[in-house]
Design a binder for this molecule. Structure first.
Ligand SMILES: Cc1ncc(COP(=O)(O)O)c(C=O)c1O
Length: 411
């Protein structure tokens, strides 16, 4: 006889809260105060942002880093640095935060959506080739939740077809592909330090690259089109003030001191949780490919297949919530189904008209993305993976309990 589910009045598996986010200690307070008291509050006066850029680049095996105000801007500047022009096409997955595609629109270019692999939640490299047209200029692979995309195949396709690769590594701080850190494998890699991210300063972003020329372009773009060593009121190219402040730099440096340990904890906990959950029928944790030597676990993602598990996603998530386990259904709408795309509500960014006057995102269909968004996707936040082995056991126990008691949900 199965235990009574908490949603039916039974005792919940857990009443204790999970780890919170962000975390900070006295060292973060001291770092922030020191930046305040230094009187150098802007990047160009102080050392905090510059120091962080150097540390973050080295950690990821990249030669250069340019810190900017957020990940969205980092993506757009990377596209501009890559030379994207009005009407150019950029391949993106539809299962990602809006910014991956909206940055393309804001570069006056055209996002072209390429479906996912169902098991990894990542862009399907086999479908990239078919999406390439004479107008395609770049690919933005998103390492969903911190799991590396198939970078060898993506890079080979890009090199054959003369395309730039900008990794959207906003979920993938410290994550690895064949022992190399993500964000340093493409022509450029972009990260976010927005509040929810595995390394955060409230807001912030960064562009990594190994290419000296691209680094110089990104630097100029984020600093009002200035040239390194040039005069203050001399502007060589369109750009803006997208610099990070020293307060954010100080918090990032301080947070970065504990990052590697946190990344290991998430990776170990995520691996353990995936092993336990994959024992239940109808639960498919995001497949960890052999090339993933460290998962970033910004998100622990899995699919629930209702016909096999016995109940559907909504009923499962409601029952887990009652058991004290917070989860989320993730991105519920493939990006091409967002009103912004269906209505081509691109404001002044009408570059698509020159190359694709018939552009109609209502015709786009990516079946795997729709399956995950509409029916199967489930997320657990990174902060929860910062907990203990017992925390992971509570999560697994709750899934098991709900599965055992699924008949109580009238499925
Ligand atoms: C995959 C992905 N790309 C880009 C971004 C944009 O980053 P930001 O919110 O810092 O602009 C985010 C984060 O929100 C993201 O999750």
């Amino acid at each position: 006889m199965a235990d009574t589910l908490a949603i039916r009045g039974g005792v919940p598996v857990r009443t204790k809260p999970f780890a919170g986010w962000p975390v900070f200690a006295e060292s973060d307070e001291q770092a922030l105060l020191a930046a305040l008291r230094s009187g150098n509050w802007g990047k160009l006066q102080g050392e905090q942002v510059k120091t962080f850029e150097k540390r973050f680049a080295e950690y990821h095996g990249a030669r250069h880093a340019v810190a900017v105000v957020n990940g969205t801007v980092a993506l757009r500047l990377a596209l501009l640095a890559a030379g994207i022009q009005a009407g150019d096409e950029v391949l993106v997955p539809p299962y990602t935060f809006l910014a991956t595609a909206s940055a393309v629109v804001e570069a006056n270019a055209v996002p072209v959506f390429v479906d996912l692999q169902l098991d990894t939640f990542n862009i399907d490299p086999e479908k990239i080739e078919a999406a390439i047209t004479p107008r395609t200029r770049a690919i933005i692979p998103v390492h969903l939740g911190g799991l590396a995309c198939d970078m060898d195949t993506i890079m080979a396709t890009a090199r054959n077809r003369g395309l730039a690769v900008i990794e959207d590594a906003c979920h993938a701080h410290g994550a690895e592909y064949k022992g190399r850190r993500l964000g340093s494998l493409g022509d450029m890699g972009v990260f976010s330090f927005q509040s929810s991210k595995n390394l955060c300063s409230g807001e912030g972003g960064i562009i990594l690259t190994n290419n000296d020329d691209l680094a110089a372009r990104c630097w100029s773009l984020h600093n009002c089109g200035r040239a390194p060593g040039g005069a203050w009121y001399e502007h060589h190219t369109i750009g803006g003030n997208y610099r990070l402040s020293e307060f954010q730099g100080a918090v990032l440096n301080s947070q970065f001191d504990r990052f590697d340990e946190q990344a290991d904890t998430r990776d170990h906990n995520g691996k353990y949780l995936a092993e336990r959950l994959s024992k239940l029928p109808g639960l498919y944790p995001q497949v960890r490919t052999a090339d993933c030597t460290r998962h970033g676990y910004h998100l622990f993602s899995l699919r629930v297949v209702a016909a096999e598990f016995g109940i559907g996603r909504d009923a499962l998530l409601d029952a887990l919530k009652a058991e004290g386990i917070p989860t989320s259904p993730g991105y519920l709408i493939p990006l091409y189904r967002q009103p912004m795309f269906e209505n081509l509500a691109f404001g002044p960014y009408t570059g698509y008209r020159a190359s694709q006057p018939e552009l109609d995102y209502r015709q786009v269909k990516c079946p795997n993305c729709e399956t995950i968004s509409n029916d199967q996707g489930v997320w657990i936040e990174q902060r929860i993976l910062l907990g203990t082995r017992e925390d992971m056991d509570d999560i697994a126990t709750a899934f098991e309990k709900v599965h055992a008691g699924r008949d109580q949900l009238g499925a």
